[in-house]
Each structure stands twice: as structure tokens, then as C-alpha cells.
Design a protein around this ligand. Structure first.
Ligand code: FES
Ligand SMILES: [Fe+2]
Length: 385
């Protein structure tokens, strides 16, 4: 068997057994640059990640920039109305062909030496190239990526040969219907977007995000005051590549100002989280939704992009209170994960112990990581034979 720089074959074989015995991934996986590279190759560059609200790409000529893992992305609605995504990497010498979101764009023009591309990705013009005898213009189209929409959201996949978004997440349509998740793009409007850089490995942030064992402790005055996200009372479905949960509302006698009804989440591995709720305060009307992407920036840095949506006609002040509650919650999570990262980085301990009764979702996520590594490394072995 081939030796891999990131994970040895015996180590890979032992992982599944350890996970079955409720030990987390090796602590090294949260700090090692070679494992970060594997996270890109085996996970982020072959799966769907959330890019932006669909409302940003409705008109022909609209352009959105973002990232899928480490790949800079440019997405467009072309003149014929087709949604397209490309690596935002100029075929000349790699500058970005779009540096910000725009509307009414006819051509993507690289700022560096002004090569320009039609919205179908083909090279329109390279200044001075007509002086070249053998300039292979037709070979210099932007590198295409896969793009798809699901409800009010646009997703991209660096693997251009990926099937559809819903095929990659079997059961997701059923979950949306079962849990009453509103996916009509006309119902929701983006009201705020934030980016939060966190000094931890993306997996650590994900481990934190998917469990609420910690909620009563570090979020007593924020998330836990408004939500009951206890896995023991939630209705959670574990699917092939996502989890879908519906949570119990806080009891009506709870004396909190903010209390959502019908709170549900869909967390897709590894590139998106959809949280949606009905009911504000005592009024029990209006909807609130969060779309989020967690992106690794390096072995010990990650960036969370959060988009807050409100149902059309919702009360601005109430929405503002919900957003403030979430921002406080995320700040508390950041404090926790950064302290964890510093401890794990020391290398003084090798494994984390998980409690399946409270952290089944963490184990599920760790298993997805293991499966992705195993699949990728096996494919490399076969290719090397
Ligand atoms: S890198 Fe884009 S034109 Fe030179
Ligand atoms: Fe948290």
C-alpha cells in the first residue's frame, strides 16, 4: 500500500474503529498542514459549498465572487440566462478576473493585463495576442465549476463533473418538506451578512457548531436563552451527507423575550448550514433564516460567512434582536474554539473523547471526514498501482 504524507495506511485503518468507540479524530488532524491539504483535495474541492443568495444572480450580467475551499470563484448569470461558475483565475497569469460583485456585466476583464472573457467563460480578447502566430485562444477559457441552486441559495462545486445539488444530498428534499423549511426564493430577503475569522481548524468549528451539549454552559445568556437545541429531544435524521433536525420550541412558560417556533436546521457536509425558524417573540409570525459557509483558510484558521435572511415584511427591530443574539453566540463559540485550538496545538494530548448521547452529530461529522479521506486515499492508491 502506498504511503501518504498526511495519513499512513495503518492510521487510516484504525480511525474507523476509534470513531466506533467514540474517540474523536486524532488531534493532529486539527493542526497538520498536510491534513489541511487533504481537507482541500478530499473534501472541499469535490463537494457543494454555499456561495450566495439566489437574489444576487437573477439578472443576466450579474456577477458574484466568493470561494470554494481555496479556489476563488466567480459566478455569473450569462446573457442567455444560464447560471455559470468558474475558477476566478485568469488564464494568463492567475490574477482574478472579477474582484467584486457587479451587475450589468458584459465581459469579465482582468485588471492585471486586461485579458477579457465572455460570460460563458471563453476568452474574448487578450491585448497584443493578435501579434502571436500560435496563440491558442480557444484553449484559454476560464476553468468551469459546477453551480446549482436550492431554494433561495446558490451553491458551487469545484468538481465540474458533479451531479446536481439534490443528488449529492439524498433525502434533503424530503427533509425540507417534512420539516416545513420554506425554500421559495421570493419569501426571504438578505438583511445582513458577516464574516468572522476564527483561529481554529475548520473541523473544530464544525464540531462545535453541530452539538448543543455546550449551549447551556457558554451560551446561557445568548443562544440557550432563546432556543432548545438538545439532541435528546430534537428529531434528527442522519443522512448520507447531511443532518436534518427539528427542535422543540422553548416551553411557553419560559420568560424570555425571544422564542422561536418550529426551529429547524439542515447541515450539509462540509459546506453549508441552513437554519430556519418561524415565530418571533409572542407574535409567532414572520420567518428568520441563516445560510452559512465555513471555509478553511489554513490548518489553524477558518472564516465563517453568515447570511441573515428575513421573511418579507418582518419586523426590523425583532430581526435585529435575533441577529444580535446570533452574533453573541458566534463570539462565544469563537472564544471556545480558539482556546481549544491552542490546547490541541500543544500536542500534549492525542485524542478527544466524545459522548454519543450528547454528541452523535459530532461523531457523524467526524465520520464524514474519515470517509472522505478513506475514499480519496484509496483512489490515490488505485491510481498509483
Ligand atoms: S493575469 Fe489576467 S491579464 Fe494577466
Ligand atoms: Fe455554540
Amino acid at each position: 500500500m502506498t504511503h501518504h504524507s498526511a495519513i499512513s495506511a495503518p492510521e487510516l485503518a484504525g480511525l474507523q474503529v476509534d470513531l466506533d468507540n467514540h474517540w474523536g479524530l486524532p488531534v493532529r488532524f486539527y493542526t497538520d498542514p498536510a491534513v489541511h491539504k487533504l481537507d482541500m483535495d478530499a473534501i472541499f474541492h469535490r463537494r457543494w459549498v454555499y456561495l450566495c443568495p439566489a437574489e444576487r444572480l437573477t439578472e443576466p450580467g450579474s456577477v458574484v465572487v466568493g470561494h470554494a475551499g481555496e479556489v476563488p470563484v466567480v459566478a455569473v448569470r450569462d446573457d442567455g440566462g444560464t447560471l455559470r461558475a468558474f475558477a476566478n483565475i485568469c488564464r494568463h497569469r492567475g490574477y482574478q478576473v472579477a474582484t467584486q460583485d457587479t451587475q450589468n456585466c458584459k465581459r469579465l476583464v482582468c485588471r492585471y493585463h486586461a485579458w477579457s472573457y465572455w460570460l460563458d467563460g471563453s476568452l474574448a480578447n487578450a491585448p497584443g495576442s493578435n501579434m502571436e502566430e500560435d496563440f491558442p485562444k480557444e484553449d484559454l477559457s476560464l476553468r468551469p465549476l459546477a453551480i446549482d441552486t436550492f431554494g433561495p441559495a446558490v451553491f458551487v462545486n469545484v468538481d465540474a463533473a458533479a451531479g446536481s445539488f439534490v443528488d449529492a444530498f439524498p433525502g434533503i428534499v424530503e427533509d425540507v418538506v417534512r420539516m416545513g423549511v420554506i425554500m421559495d426564493p421570493a419569501k426571504y430577503t438578505l438583511v445582513k451578512e458577516t464574516e468572522q475569522d476564527v483561529a481554529c481548524n475548520w473541523k473544530l468549528w464544525y464540531d462545535n457548531f453541530v452539538e448543543c451539549y455546550h449551549c447551556d454552559f457558554i451560551h446561557r445568556g445568548s443562544f440557550a436563552a432563546a432556543y432548545d437545541a438538545d439532541i435528546r429531544t430534537a428529531d434528527t435524521r442522519f443522512r448520507a451527507q447531511h443532518t436534518a433536525s427539528r427542535y422543540e420550541p422553548k416551553p411557553s412558560e419560559t420568560s424570555v423575550a425571544l422564542r422561536p417556533e418550529n426551529y429547524r436546521s439542515i447541515i450539509g457536509f462540509p459546506g453549508f448550514m441552513i437554519l430556519q425558524q418561524d415565530g418571533f417573540m409572542i407574535l409567532q409570525q414572520d420567518g428568520f433564516m441563516i445560510m452559512s459557509q465555513m471555509r478553511p483558510l489554513g490548518p489553524e484558521r477558518a472564516r465563517q460567512m453568515v447570511h441573515y435572511f428575513a421573511e418579507t415584511g418582518s419586523d426590523k427591530a425583532e430581526i435585529g434582536q435575533w441577529i444580535a443574539l446570533w452574533e453573541q453566540t458566534f463570539a462565544e463559540d469563537e472564544e471556545a474554539t480558539e482556546v481549544q485550538q491552542a490546547g490541541l496545538r500543544s500536542g500534549a494530548v492525542a485524542r478527544n473523547r466524545l459522548l454519543p448521547a450528547r454528541e452523535e452529530t459530532v461523531l457523524f461529522h467526524n465520520r464524514k471526514v474519515y470517509e472522505a479521506y478513506a475514499q480519496h486515499l484509496t483512489a490515490l492508491d488505485l491510481a498509483a498501482e
